[in-house]
Ligand binder design. Sequence first.
Ligand code: 3HC
Length: 299
Amino acid sequence: MPSVSPAESAAAAAQRVLRVGVVGCGVMGAGLAEVCARAGREVRIVASGDEGMARGRRRLERSLANGVRKGKITEADRTTLLERISFVTDLGDLADRQLVLESVPEDEATKLEIFTALDKVVEDPEAILASNTSSLPIAKLGRATARPGRVVGVHFFNPVSVLPLVEVISSLLTAERTTAVTEAFVTDVLGKEVVRAGDRSGFVVNALLIPYLISAIRMLESGFATADDIDRGMKLGCSHPMGPLALADLIGLDTVAAVSQALYEEFKDPAHAVPPVLSRMVDSGLLGRKTGRGFYSYE
Ligand code: 3HC
């Protein structure tokens, strides 16, 4: 947002955010690019390499094809959306971005490195640097830059194109203006709903969701119930759209394990400890839907 006047409303500033960068094109990154492009924004995605770029493009194309099949967008929309999204492999290509959404795996060192680099690369001092982290402190990401006031958490939910919620997280260092413009962008531009959350691990939703998923995994691990009974129980008995094990597969078992670990480190509550079976599945590359096998198989 070049030359923002302090008198300009947050809503007006959000409307002027036209160039968005997305770092990471996994399940969440591809979804973020899609919703920003749908909102008419020009999106540049930074992939980790050629292979990651090809995978990200396939993800995006699959989701858009799904959108067409479900009647949410037309064939013509699909072509326009793909034209609005470009893929690069160099963070340096984000120099002209007004908003950057970081969405790489939940590894603190990697995220810190990315924020340090973004701070050097993104030219507009008013640009917002946002993280889609589920569990890491926004304050630490802010401290990795020389502009912690412009660093904020924006936590989307999977599938991004379908679920309406975004948690907006301010650290103790985030400027109120940054939070207000981010919130206006998420609601007015992307058409999502916001819950504001404090800067502690898990924010609101994962602090409730992850212990539930872990309890289901422990129940399975102990042999007390089958995967099918656990999932059918929660679907049919509590009207959840999917059971906890299917949901863990959808989120990605590496992400579930990483968020559990971060919650455990923050609160030291045994309810957050990663169950051994989950650790072994991650060690084995059985990460759920994205690798074709988790608690279920996806051929
Ligand atoms: N674009 C737009 N809309 C789409 C779409 C697309 N690409 N694909 C599907 N949709 C729409 C459908 O049209 C439908 O909308 P409608 O009801 O208005 O017709 C709706 O989305 C549901 O889609 P489907 O009918 O294809 O699929 P299901 O009914 O089987 O629902 C699901 C699939 C949305 C995944 C549902 O099972 C669900 O909501 N599951 C729970 C997901 C969840 O809890 N996610 C949160 C994970 S936690 C997280 O992400 C945080 C992280 O930090 C851990």
